[in-house]
Structures are given as C-alpha cells and as structure tokens.
Design a protein around this ligand. Structure first.
Ligand code: SF4
Length: 357
C-alpha cells in the first residue's frame, strides 16, 4: 500500500548508489509503504554492518541535578530553582552509582542534568576529575545545551568549556538536547536553551578537538515533517564535514506530565518509518539505535529490521523518560534474549562501538 505516494523509484535509485535528497526523505516520511521503506533500510544496515550482530552498552544515566532554568515544554524532569522536589546529587551519591555500574560490568557512565543557575565550570571540572580519578570509567557527559549553558554562566566560549572538561577527564559528548534542530521549533519549545546552530557548533568543536559524540532526534511534538528532515540534514552535513558522530538515536516524544500532555503519542508505525527513513537518509552514519526505553522491547525488536543495529544502553538507571510516565525496564540478560530471539547475536560494546566480548 502506498497511499498515493510512490517510494519504489527512489528506493531503487538508492540501491544504485544515489543519495537521498531532502524531498526524497519527505516522501518517505509521508509514505504508508512501511515494509518497502523498512526493507530498504535493513538492506542499507546490512551493507554497513554485514554481521548479524546487535550491539549494546552497559551503562547508567546519572542525572546529577534536575534543577533547571530552561523549562522546556516537552520535559517532565526539570524543577525550577527553589522547588522542593529539586535535587543535586552529592559526589558520594554519584560514587555509589558509578560503583554499582562497575559491579554490573559497566565501563561507562552517561551524565546529563538540568541547566543549573549557579554551577560554573569549576564545579563540572571537579566532578569530572573526581569520577575519573576515583573510578577510571569512560565519561560520556554534558549534552550541547549544558555545554552552552556552562559557557554562558562562566563567561567562556563553548570551545574553552570543552577543552577544560576534556582536560579534567571528559571522554565524549552525548547528543541529547537536539530534539528537532530547527530554530522555529526550538524557539517555541525551549526558547531558553541553545539553538540549532549552537547545538551543531558545539558538536563541530568537540569533533575538531578530537572527541566523538552521538546525535539524537526527539520527534512527534510540534515539528513539521519538513523540520524533521531539516534536523536530519544538519546532522548529515556535519557528519560529512567531521565524521565525528558514532551513532544516531531517534525516539518519539513522550507527552505525559509535560506542558504538551495533550499531544497524541507517536505510534509504532511512525516510529519505525522515521527510523528507517533516517537510516536511508543518514548514509554517513554507521550506527542507529533502537529505543527500547520509549518503545518497549517488542517494537524495539522490530526496529532491528527497520535500520537499527544497536540496542543502546542497559540503562541501569533512567529518570527523564520515567518522569514522562514510561517505565520499560530490561536487565542485560533480557536485552540479550530479545536480540537473540530476533535472530541476531548480542554483543556488548563501548562508546566507540568496539566489541567488549
Ligand atoms: S530538557 Fe533539559 S534543559 Fe530542558 S527543561 Fe528538561 S532538564 Fe532542562
């Protein structure tokens, strides 16, 4: 079924080595021919990653504070300064979380938090140096909005913040806070957070300084399909320029407990179609993650046939999606079983997608 939109010609051109245009990507996102798009995406996944292996990482998402001056409309996690539900973890609490992660075989922590009104670069340097010295784990932390915020509050440039955090022990930067990389949507959803150009600027600078990062897209809120494509285009352009992204991670907006809670939830159909279209359009990305945290194991398993080759993190701890009322939990053994029952070999990896088995 194509609902009047023919995707076969452009999928055939793709097989011949053509690169998708923005108009092509839009056609895919409007099409109802899910199986044809998925099949093409899976074929591209197999061209890039021929082994029938699905990777995942053992780590946890440590949210060091929920105190935030941004107040993004889509976020259920943040609390305003002074709110009695606001928290900032002590270094001792963070130590315990890192120890638990290491005890489960984790070699990395993901650390992200709200845009705190008073922490300057020195607090972040101390935190990173403390974790690195005490635990020696890979530190994947501070998405571009946090980097831009630290720079503003400390009177530094983003480049200086990255350089100083790197010197303190920061290893890589997560692609969070991208949502949709369009100034219109960001102006409406998160006007106090970094813009699309700034997000890209932080990642360009991180890549320039030799760091690898990931890229994300949270879709299905107020964006148009054209803006979804614009977001993908900005990522593809930067990847052409630097090659610094290790992976692309798309997931649908989870509306519960947010200021946009009347937004209809994105279904599995649009999730899989967007994932597959992204695999085809982002032809310079090696790895695409399935989002079991938002989609649950059943749809995430299907995602392995729609372009995804990675199951993301075991998420020993996750707070942001949980705050939006979504609570899928999977232990490492469950993740391996879900991957195996889809016909793939599970393999533990690090942030650089190197096998740890
Ligand atoms: S998404 Fe991040 S920056 Fe926006 S309100 Fe939530 S914690 Fe703050």
């Amino acid at each position: 079924m194509t609902a009047g939109i023919m995707v076969e010609p452009l999928l055939a051109a793709l097989e011949g080595g053509a690169r998708l245009t923005d108009a092509d990507a839009l056609t895919l996102l409007r099409s109802h021919d899910l199986l044809a798009i998925g099949q093409a995406a899976h074929a591209m996944r197999l061209r890039k990653k021929p082994e029938p292996v699905v990777t995942y990482i053992v780590d946890r998402n440590i949210n060091y504070t929920n105190i935030c001056v941004s107040g993004c409309l889509f976020c259920a996690f943040w609390r305003a300064p002074g709110d009695h539900e606001g928290f900032t973890l002590t270094f001792e609490e963070i130590d315990r979380k890192v120890e638990e992660t290491k005890a489960l075989g984790g070699v990395q922590i993901l650390m992200q938090g709200g845009l705190h009104p008073s922490f300057t670069i020195e607090w972040y340097e101390e935190l990173v140096a403390h974790i690195k010295t005490k635990h020696g784990v890979h530190i994947h932390a501070f998405s571009p909005p946090e980097i831009v915020h630290i720079a503003r509050i400390s009177g530094l440039t983003a480049a200086e913040v990255i350089r100083r955090l790197r010197a303190a022990g920061l290893d890589s930067i997560p692609g969070g806070g991208a949502e949709i990389l369009s100034e219109r949507t960001r102006g409406r959803l998160s006007p106090r957070k970094c813009g699309a150009d700034e997000w890209i600027g932080v990642m360009r600078e991180a890549h320039r300084q030799g760091m690898r990062t990931t890229a994300t897209m949270m879709f299905g809120h107020i964006e148009t399909l054209e803006e979804r494509v614009e977001s993908l285009r900005r990522l593809r352009d930067l990847q052409d320029e630097t090659g610094g992204f290790t992976a692309f991670i798309p997931w649908p907006f989870q509306p519960d407990n947010t200021a946009l809670d009347s937004t209809p939830e994105t279904g599995g159909f649009d999730y899989l179609r967007t994932l597959a279209a992204a695999r085809l359009y982002l032809d310079n990305f090696d790895n695409l993650q399935a989002s079991w945290v938002t989609q649950g194991p059943k749809v995430a398993q299907m995602a392995l046939f729609f372009g995804a080759n990675d199951f993301g993190s075991t998420m020993i701890e996750e707070n942001v999606v949980r705050a939006a009322g979504v609570t899928f939990r999977l232990a490492e053994a469950d993740i391996r079983r879900v991957i195996e029952s889809a016909g793939f070999t599970p393999r533990r990896r690090n942030m650089y997608y190197e096998s740890l088995e």
